[in-house]
Design a protein around this ligand. Structure first.
Ligand SMILES: *Cc1c(COP(=O)(O)O)cnc(C)c1O
Length: 228
């Protein structure tokens, strides 16, 4: 339990130091503790140590945990969302980071309308083309964004990506650069304006992601230890 506290403090300190070295403000970067498979007690320990956003991959697992944790925190959905779970997702999560199709966008919009809220979303982009990964291809992203713009109950906040796993975090850098450039293009083309979120970087490569502009880093193992 105390090691979770130490882990959280270590990760937060690394975020701050890296931000400063990269000439960024540390408070531009938010830690999302990726808590799939992690039990309620350990999640509570992370919140007590200063974690304020949890990232979950499965709706049913998240629902049980959100009800049981009973401490102030925001929950983001970071896994693949099935359309038939959208009605639960709009009630449970502050943000869906993994919007990856027009059909899902339309269903989330409809369900968000039913509970009278605007749902914050990130579009997940699959930059590697790996078939094992979800997300829209780089070429399809703009089309999805134009559709989201028409959906009044969705609030587009930015992009998310998950590069292939590399031993050397430097190998992730080109993917992070591409995601940043895509966000820049969205602004240049006038599709959206203002501040955009870039959700990129996990335990092995979040420091590189911060150097390349990440505003949300999704860190699991470095906070909670290895998963079973
Ligand atoms: C599990 C997960 C993470 C965190 O992975 P770690 O390597 O444990 O930090 C980040 N993003 C997504 C989408 C995940 O599923």
């Amino acid at each position: 339990m105390s090691s979770i506290r130490e882990n959280v403090l270590r990760v937060k300190e690394a975020i701050e130091k890296t931000a400063e070295r990269a000439g960024r403000k540390p408070d531009e970067i938010r830690l999302v503790a990726a808590s799939k498979t992690v039990d309620v007690q350990r999640i509570r320990a992370a919140i007590e140590a200063g974690v304020s956003i949890l990232g979950e991959n499965y709706v049913q697992e998240a629902k049980k945990k959100i009800e049981a944790v009973d401490k102030p925190a925001a929950w983001h959905f970071i896994g693949h969302l099935q359309k038939n779970k959208a009605k639960y997702a709009v009630k449970l999560f502050e943000m869906i980071q993994s919007l990856d199709s027009v059909a899902l966008a339309e269903e989330l919009d409809r369900r968000a309308g039913q509970v009278k809220r605007r749902m914050e979303v990130l579009v997940e982009v699959n930059l590697s083309g790996e078939t094992s990964k979800w997300g829209v291809g780089e070429g399809e992203a703009m089309g999805l964004l134009y559709r989201i713009k028409e959906l009044g109950n969705l609030s587009f906040q930015g992009l998310m990506t998950m590069p292939p796993y590399f031993e050397d975090p430097e190998d992730s850098r080109p993917y992070f650069v591409r995601l940043r450039k895509l966000v820049e293009r969205i602004v240049e083309e006038g599709v959206y304006s203002g501040r955009m979120e870039l959700s990129m970087g996990m335990s092995n490569d979040f420091l590189v992601a911060i150097e390349e502009g990440a505003t949300l880093v999704r860190v699991g193992t470095a906070v909670f230890g290895p998963r079973p």
